[in-house]
Design a protein around this ligand. Sequence first.
Ligand code: CAA
Length: 389
Amino acid sequence: MNIGIDLISFHAPSYVLDLRILAEMRGVDPDKFVIGIGQERMAIVPPDQDIVTLAANAALPIVDKAGRDDIELVILATESGIDQSKAAALFCHKLLGLPAACRCIEVKEACYGATAALRMAAAMVAARPHTKALVLAADIARYDLASPGEPTQGAGAIAMLVSTRPRVLALDPESGFHAEDIMDFWRPNYREEAIVDGKYSTRMYLTTLLRAWKNYHAASGRSLTDHAHLCFHLPFTKIAYKSFERLCKADGIPLPPRDELERLIDPALHYNRQTGNTYAACVYEALASLLDHAPANLARKRIGLFSYGSGCMAEFFSGVVQAGYRDHLFTDTHRTMLDSRTPVTYRQYEDIFNYGVPSDGADHVFAPYRGGAFRLAGIKDHKRRYEAK
Ligand code: CAA
């Protein structure tokens, strides 16, 4: 039985900061951001959007296309949770009009959460093949202003419908994973911004990539050349090149010439370059970018995926692109959404960054900003009120 991603949809907020503006304000050469770390723009989240609206906005095209009736599980992966108790998936469940006979949960393991969710969803549909699962991942990446992590901030959400008749990517059963208790990046409950040891986190990302890869190779017998393309977790896009280089070295394969390297890696980087880090959504945003941008037809080609969550969890796994997949992508929606974003000035970025969600329990009504179909309309009695526009 094939199990995998039936539909995949991506959503980013409607505001954006050009990193050249940030570079100028920080007195940094813009090439450091654009070339050195590989980021062009970062998504800016207005006060009436949060991980719930981002995730629901990502999922709407999927449920509109595939219907709602068979969805028995909604898992939302995030490390930007809005409540210590209630699952954000329940808010999305209501906004999307999903059936009441449905399980809704939230999962967390930094940027790895969505991969755990995808695996759980696959196991559920394997046990109940007539049902479907909706996997959502949404995050808002925040670091301290003027810190090294600042240019790698971002925001966005991914939605994936998981079924036994996947029209986009059938998952291979084998995967390689690795767990290790480390403190490379974390966010205590009392902080809005993550704490990160940037260099250590990058080192651990690359170290665990090799461990997960070794375990994947042992489980599947596959080598690098068995994969037409690779999608990596992308805290910043330059890391994809560093990762591929490590894997080539581990497999004893010479690094391809630059143009071949770009052909292999670049199609998966377009969206992340324009949004910044979307944490749990990142590797699937890379997959959406690859499917939307690869010039060659990828039908029946195997794609390798590497998911990394600080703390840390790493998993290398793969899937085979399905025949006719191009008919089931949301490529035009993705491109129009990204192309029509409103640029913000540095001052607007800082104002939005410093804006704090009210926590006094009073009645707050939020002005409407540009965004998708759903927005956070206000907060009253410590309850978030969402609405469809
Ligand atoms: N032109 C071109 N390139 C330039 C340049 C210029 N003028 N100036 C610098 N560069 C290059 C540097 O040579 C360097 O390239 P290499 O890495 O290939 O050597 C690159 O730009 C970055 O420069 P620095 O190393 O000096 O950058 P930094 O110290 O300011 O920080 C960072 C970089 C550590 C990634 C930082 O942005 C950070 O802390 N980010 C947040 C943490 C993070 O993303 N970690 C990734 C792994 S953890 C993870 O994956 C989970 C997650 O999502 C957070």
